[in-house]
Design a protein around this ligand. Structure first.
Ligand code: ADP
Length: 505
């Protein structure tokens, strides 16, 4: 016998499926179900069978007025009764009905005063019927036992699975391939502060537990319908108690042995605490950066007045030291600006101040500025096209600076750096190509993430915070452009960014 799969719609052998169906009907027809099946199984079967015999007697003697009118109908009624009780109460219930029926037949033989061959044939028929009835009771009782075992096993599997998922420290909700919710664990209900209705069928855009949980049911629905799992989707849950929960939601598919999708599960990881810590860290960085800005501004003012004095002194050594201090102060200022930009991005406050300007001029100026301060590297501006764009000039300069700084930093010692432009009808593409250490393909996307740095032995030796490319990506995407990299480890990298040529609204 094939096992049923509890999270799939019950799929057993056809006969078993039919028997389970019959059992459901029998249970529905059971007026004493509330008394409990086991305790009353024989009594109920006995009482009903006796009542049937009495009714049959009333029918023959008083309604029809002929005691011999007890005919084939009683056999039919008894067979149905035996089938019913065998199915309801098992072999014991069926045999009780058989015993009462056979006793009733002997009662008929006795009260109708059968004699001679009639008596013999009456006894023979009764015994034969008794045997046939017993076989029916045994067969159906046995099948009922199998169905019960199967249902019990199913229930056991469900209970075990439920017990396991209830122990998980993440929210879990499982739906079958029709979108019917089959399991949800305690953690999920605590997380949502709502009960998840088992048996409820989720549909597109239909909420799972209340109006505000559409975003939980939707990915699950999408996964079932498209067969594509969702990975780590960040969602916020506004709970009925007013609390806001941050959750990472992932979905996965459950296949049967034939590879057919039978269910999908959503796993909800509560990341509220991490989010709060992160937000406190961001607040701290933001505050510290603001606090640093004031002394840096003062330092710059003092440096300016010192420059005048040292220029007058014409002291070579002092001038060199002063230039170094100026350079380091500039670096410090850039770092503080980057840290503040991170907070601006996080809070959606990175605003653009767009103007029309010549991109090729901006690139030329930036290259000259870099070439002046980096004698170790040769920076060439190739493929220059006269191109006016409508963008935030300072922010685009920031991107160019970041890409050139990285190109220099990750090409230790020396090397040629090429910066160039490409154009088509709709976009201009700027690229920065170095001959440095290169980047592995699996890092291509990650390096644009916040605070991400490649951590292999070579990259570890370079200083940095892993925020430059994150800010560049945000700036470019705010201009409706894109930024990407192509690289070959040990040979160098080329970073590209594209910007639309048409003035965006
Ligand atoms: P940072 O350079 O401060 O670490 P970025 O966000 O600018 O941060 O860069 C992220 C990571 O990408 C770097 O840590 C580095 O591993 C890699 N990377 C960036 N530019 C280059 C480059 N031109 N060549 C090789 N690796 C690079």
């Amino acid at each position: 016998m094939r096992k049923c799969i509890s999270i799939d719609s019950v799929k057993c052998d056809t006969i078993m499926g039919a028997l389970i169906f019959v059992k459901k009907i029998v249970n529905l027809l059971n007026p004493f179900a509330f008394l409990g099946i086991k305790r009353y199984s024989i009594i109920y079967s006995f009482v009903v069978s006796v009542i049937i015999s009495i009714l049959s007697e009333i029918y023959a003697n008083w309604i029809v007025g002929d005691p011999m009118a007890v005919g084939t109908y009683i056999i039919l009624v008894n067979v149905l009764t035996i089938i019913y009780f065998s199915f309801r109460d098992g072999i014991r219930g069926g045999l009780t009905a058989v015993a009462v029926s056979v006793a009733y037949y002997f009662y008929i033989i006795y009260t109708r005063e059968y004699e001679g061959s009639r008596f013999v044939s009456g006894v023979e028929t009764t015994v034969t019927l008794g045997v046939v009835y017993s076989i029916i009771a045994f067969v159906i009782g046995f099948l009922k036992q199998q169905v019960d075992n199967l249902i019990e096993r199913e229930a056991d599997q469900r209970r075990n699975l439920q017990a396991i998922i209830d122990q998980l420290p993440v929210g879990v909700v499982v739906a079958d391939r029709n979108g019917k919710v089959t399991h949800a664990n305690k953690f999920l209900e605590t997380l949502l502060k709502k009960q998840v209705p088992i048996g409820y069928t989720i549909k597109n855009n239909a909420p799972l537990a209340s109006d505000d949980h559409t975003h939980i049911s939707e990915p699950l629905f999408q996964t079932i319908t498209t067969g594509k799992p969702v990975k780590g989707k960040e969602i916020s849950i506004h709970r009925p108690d007013g609390k806001l929960k941050h959750v990472l939601l992932s979905t996965s598919l459950v296949h049967n042995k034939k590879g057919k999708i039978i269910a999908a599960a959503s796993i909800l990881n509560d990341v509220t605490q991490q989010k709060e810590i992160e937000s406190r860290k961001d607040d701290f960085v933001n505050m510290a950066s603001h606090e640093l800005k004031t002394p840096i501004t003062s330092m710059k003012l003092y440096l300016e007045s010192l420059t005048d004095k040292i220029t007058k002194l014409n002291d070579q050594k002092a001038t060199k030291i002063l230039n170094s201090i100026k350079y380091q102060t500039k670096k410090l200022e850039e770092l503080v600006t980057e840290l503040l930009d991170i907070t601006r991005i996080q809070t959606g406050k990175l605003l653009l101040s767009k103007e029309k300007f010549s991109l090729n001029d901006l690139i030329s100026e930036t290259v000259s500025e870099f070439q002046g301060s980096t004698p170790s590297h040769e920076i060439q501006f190739v493929n220059s096209y006269s191109t006016n764009i409508y963008a935030d000039k300072f922010r685009i300069y920031q991107v160019l600076t970041n890409l050139l700084t990285n190109a220099i930093k990750y090409s230790p010692g020396h090397g040629k750096i090429k910066i160039g432009m490409q154009r088509n009808n709709t976009n201009v593409i700027v690229y920065v190509k170095d001959q440095g250490i290169g980047i592995r393909k699996e890092e291509y996307k990650k390096i644009f993430d916040r605070l991400y740095q490649v951590t292999s032995a070579v990259e570890k030796t370079f200083p940095g915070l892993g925020i430059g490319l994150f800010i560049s990506k945000e700036i470019i995407s705010k201009h409706n452009g894109s930024i990407w990299v192509e690289s070959s480890v040990g040979k160098g990298s080329t970073f590209y960014f594209s910007l639309p040529l048409k003035k965006e609204k």
